[in-house]
Design a protein around this ligand. Structure first.
Ligand SMILES: *Cc1c(COP(=O)(O)O)cnc(C)c1O
Length: 360
C-alpha cells in the first residue's frame, strides 16, 4: 500500500525524546524555547510561540489580535474546518470568499466585495502548501486597515515573492503528523510584533504574566518539551523533506495525463503539503476507488466546503453560493507526494492514474 501520508520518525527524534525524559523537565521548558527560536528563524520572523496544536495557534492568534464578538473575518470555505472554527471560538463570524480555481486559494479580486464595517481581519489559508497571493491581499488589508492572520498550517517553508508563509501577518502553523513536519501534536504562531508575541504567551498560559496573578482570561495551550524535541529534530529536515516533495511533484506533473496538475504561479515556491489534481467528467470518486484497488492511497481534501457543513448550515444559517469552491470540492483528489515515496511508487501512481483516465 502506498499511503497518502507518512510521518518520518527516525533515531534523531527518538534520541531527542529520551533526552527530555531523562532531563526531568517534561512540560514547556528549554526545548520549547529552542524550537520557537529555530522556527522563527525558518520563517524569518522575529518571534515564534509554540502551542498545543494548529487549532489553538489560530485561536490564540485571533485573541492576541483582539478579534472578538461582532467582528467578521474574511476567509476561504475550501479548507479544514479549524480555519473557520477559530473565528467562532472568539465570537467572530467567518465570511467566506470564493477561491481561484487554479490555486485553490482565496481569490483576491473577490475580497473587497465582502468587506463590511464589521470586517476586522483577512485569514488567507495557504492551502496544500501554496501561499495565497499575499501581495494582493496585503494591499487590500492596508487599504481597509485590516489585520492579516495567515492559516499557514499546510505551508511550512512555502515562499511568496521571496517571503515565507507566516511572515505577512500573524501566522499559525500545525505540527500534526500528516503535515510537512510534525511534533506529534503541536502548533506555532509567528509574528514580528512585540505586543502580539507577548499577548500570545500570556493567553497560552492562563492569562498569567506574574506567577498566579491573572490579568485576563487565558488557557492551557502549552506545548510540552517532549513534543518540542521531536519538532526541533524535524525542523532541521524541513528543507530536505520539502525538496523531496517538490521533486516528487515535478515527476508527477511531467507524467500524469488526463487530470489537471497543481499550478504554481511565478515567484511562488510550492511545498506540496498535498499534491492535488482535478479529475474531469465526474470521475473523481471512481478514480479514487480504482487507486484503492491498486493499493494506492488518495484522499479528498475537502469533500464538503465549510459553508456546506451541517453545523454551519443548520446552526449558523450559512447559505452562500461559492461556485469555484463547490466545483473544486467535487473534482479534487490528492495523491501521495510525501518524502518517503520511491521512484517505483511514483511510477506506479502515474501508471494507475493514466490507465484509468484512458491515457496509459
Ligand atoms: C491541520 C490544519 C489545521 C489545524 O491544525 P491541528 O494541528 O490539527 O489543530 C488548521 N488549518 C488547516 C488549513 C489545517 O490543514
Amino acid at each position: 500500500m502506498i499511503n497518502i501520508a507518512k510521518p518520518i520518525i527516525g533515531d534523531e527524534e527518538k534520541q531527542a525524546v529520551m533526552e527530555v525524559l531523562d532531563s526531568g523537565i517534561i512540560a514547556q521548558g528549554p526545548r520549547v524555547k529552542a524550537f520557537e527560536e529555530a522556527f522563527a528563524q525558518m520563517c524569518a520572523t522575529r518571534y515564534a510561540i509554540a502551542t498545543s496544536s494548529g487549532t489553538t495557534a489560530l485561536h490564540v492568534a485571533l485573541l492576541a489580535n483582539k478579534i472578538g464578538p461582532g467582528d467578521e473575518i474574511i476567509t476561504s470555505a475550501f479548507t479544514f474546518i479549524a480555519s473557520a472554527n477559530s473565528a467562532l471560538y472568539v465570537g467572530a463570524r467567518p465570511v467566506f470568499v470564493d477561491i481561484d480555481p487554479k490555486t485553490y486559494n482565496l481569490d483576491p479580486s473577490k475580497i473587497e466585495a465582502a468587506i463590511t464595517p464589521r470586517t476586522k481581519a483577512i485569514m488567507p489559508v495557504h492551502l496544500f502548501g501554496l501561499c495565497c497571493d499575499m501581495d494582493a491581499i496585503t494591499a487590500i488589508a492596508k487599504k481597509h486597515n485590516l489585520i492579516i492572520i495567515e492559516d499557514a498550517c499546510q505551508s511550512h517553508g512555502a515562499v511568496c515573492n521571496g517571503r515565507k508563509a507566516g511572515s505577512f501577518g500573524t501566522g499559525a502553523f500545525s505540527l500534526y503528523p500528516t503535515k510537512n513536519i510534525t511534533s506529534g501534536e503541536g502548533g506555532m504562531i509567528t509574528t514580528n510584533s512585540d505586543e502580539i508575541d507577548e499577548s500570545c504567551r500570556v493567553i497560552r498560559q492562563h492569562g498569567m504574566r506574574r506567577r498566579y496573578y491573572h490579568d485576563e482570561l487565558g488557557f492551557n495551550f502549552r506545548m510540552t518539551d517532549i513534543h518540542a524535541a521531536i519538532g526541533l529534530a524535524q525542523l532541521g529536515k524541513l528543507q530536505t523533506y520539502n525538496k523531496k516533495r517538490q521533486q516528487n511533484a515535478t515527476f508527477l506533473n511531467a507524467h500524469l495525463k488526463g487530470v489537471t496538475v497543481p499550478y504554481t504561479p511565478p515567484g511562488f515556491e510550492h511545498v506540496y503539503h498535498q499534491y492535488t489534481v482535478r479529475v474531469p467528467d465526474g470521475r473523481r470518486d471512481a478514480l479514487r476507488e480504482y487507486l484503492k484497488e491498486q493499493e494506492i492511497g488518495s484522499e479528498v481534501y475537502y469533500p464538503v466546503p465549510i459553508h456546506k457543513q451541517s453545523f454551519y448550515v443548520r446552526q449558523l444559517g450559512y447559505h452562500d453560493y461559492l461556485p469555484e469552491t463547490e466545483k473544486a470540492a467535487a473534482e479534487v483528489l490528492s495523491l501521495p507526494v510525501h518524502p518517503s515515496l520511491t521512484q517505483s511508487d511514483l511510477e506506479k501512481i502515474v501508471q494507475a492514474v493514466n490507465t484509468f483516465m484512458g491515457k496509459g
